[in-house]
Write a protein that binds this ligand. Structure first.
Ligand SMILES: C[S@@+](CC[C@H](N)C(=O)[O-])C[C@H]1O[C@@H](n2cnc3c(N)ncnc32)[C@H](O)[C@@H]1O
Length: 214
């Protein structure tokens, strides 16, 4: 990590003036930080609240969460789901999927969640839904593939949100080095040159790219 993108002071201020996490999200956040060696992967308070905001505005019928981890982003997006909607979340690591499942058991509307365990590349093509909200947050080298799998099935009003598009600042300072930073840089360029979509990049946390069809 060459440098932090947002100053710690600004992060603390942003955190302070963002509505608090509910009890369950707070519990999952704390438990993940305490017990998971890769806890930094969790979306966290502010980004989670942003996911909830988008979901509450869109009232999505079909939500796709690529990279479940301990279930935090899924539960943030679940908060805006339409009545009888479906949230599909995909996790490749059995251990993380097990933790997510335990966390989902404590959530309201958890009957709307389907947790798929396996490689998202194989699972996404089996889900024939018209997605209203998609969060791409799994292995960085596969972002272009996830995007191409999902875009034809994105609803007219739907949005894709891709996480870590600033990749700890490693894409800001050419020449870009490292497999993941190169993959993210390639993804950002791929979307930018795609005439099917319009997009906006936000410097929230590690960078979010919001994408919709034109
Ligand atoms: C950054 S974490 C996701 C964090 C989560 N979205 C959140 O906000 O709390 C990425 C997750 O994607 C999973 N993952 C990596 N490659 C995957 C793949 N090919 N298919 C499904 N999940 C994958 C990892 O095991 C990890 O749990």
């Amino acid at each position: 990590m060459p440098f932090e993108i947002i100053s710690a002071l600004a992060e603390a201020y942003v955190d302070k003036f963002t509505s608090e996490e509910d009890e369950l999200l707070q519990k999952i956040n704390k438990k993940t930080v305490k017990s998971h060696p890769r806890a930094h992967m969790l979306s966290g308070h502010v980004q989670g609240k942003l996911l909830t905001f988008f979901s509450k505005i869109l009232l999505p019928k079909y939500i796709l969460d690529i990279g479940t981890f301990t279930g935090y982003s899924a539960l943030c997006m679940l908060k805006g789901i339409a009545e009888n909607g479906e949230l599909h979340t995909i996790e490749i690591r059995q251990e993380d999927a097990d933790t997510a499942l335990e966390n989902f058991k404590l959530a309201e509307n958890n009957n709307l969640i389907t947790l798929h365990v396996g490689n998202a590349k194989n699972i996404i093509p089996t889900l024939s839904r018209e997605w209203d909200l998609v969060f791409i947050d799994a292995d960085k080298v596969s972002y272009i593939e996830y995007y191409e799998l999902v875009l034809p099935h994105l609803s007219k009003r739907g949005i894709i949100i891709a996480d870590n598009v600033l990749f700890h600042g490693q894409v800001l300072d050419p020449p870009v080095k490292g497999k993941n930073a190169l993959a993210i840089d390639a993804f950002n360029k791929h979307v930018y040159s795609d005439s099917r979509v319009e997009q906006v990049m936000l410097s929230v946390r590690d960078g979010l790219l919001l994408i919709k069809k034109i």
